[in-house]
Unconditional design. Structure first.
Length: 169
């Protein structure tokens, strides 16, 4: 069984409108939300074997706040995840080593929302409904795949086990 956790970065600050989008930090509300999601993940035993995080400041700060609840040896910060299209993310996932069973991606919409919807062929009713409505900042989608390899990930192959917004924690 493979598990994919897609975490949209928490709420960013717009205090400095001259700051490039890539450099925007988290807002206070975002830092609080990231801590809540991190505690939720630890309590729910959602521990990734590997993490891929966008290089955007708000994504890195989100990961750092979550990582305080648990760590992982395989953390990759990659600027190419910034605003990546769903197909690009899926191609990266398909190349993961098979010894990785659970991976966390920390990044951005619209790519994450589109990818989650694309992969979720089935799932828990409440989770699917929330995913279809809106994916607010700080939201976590947990998809499971009944397979031993990442190579065969296809549209509709995932089961949406959880969709958690910061306000749900």
């Amino acid at each position: 069984m493979k598990t994919l956790m897609l975490l949209r970065h928490a709420k960013s600050s717009w205090d400095d409108p001259a700051l490039p989008d890539f450099q925007r930090p988290l807002a206070k509300r975002g830092r609080d939300a990231a801590r809540r999601i991190g505690r939720y993940m630890a309590k729910a035993e959602l521990r990734p074997d590997a993490v891929l995080c966008s290089g955007a400041r708000r994504a890195v700060e989100t990961w750092e706040l979550i990582a305080a609840n648990f760590g992982t040896e395989r953390v990759q910060v990659d600027d190419t995840l910034y605003m990546a299209a769903p197909d690009a993310i899926l191609a990266w996932l398909r190349n993961l080593p098979d010894e990785i069973n659970a991976v966390l991606l920390v990044g951005h919409n619209p790519g994450f929302e589109e990818l989650a919807r694309k992969l979720a062929g089935s799932g828990k009713k409440k989770a699917l409904k929330r995913l279809r409505e809106k994916v607010p900042t700080g939201s976590l989608a947990v998809l499971t795949f009944d397979r031993e390899t990442w190579a065969g990930l296809d549209d509709g192959a995932g089961f949406l086990d959880q969709f958690v917004r910061p306000r749900d924690t």
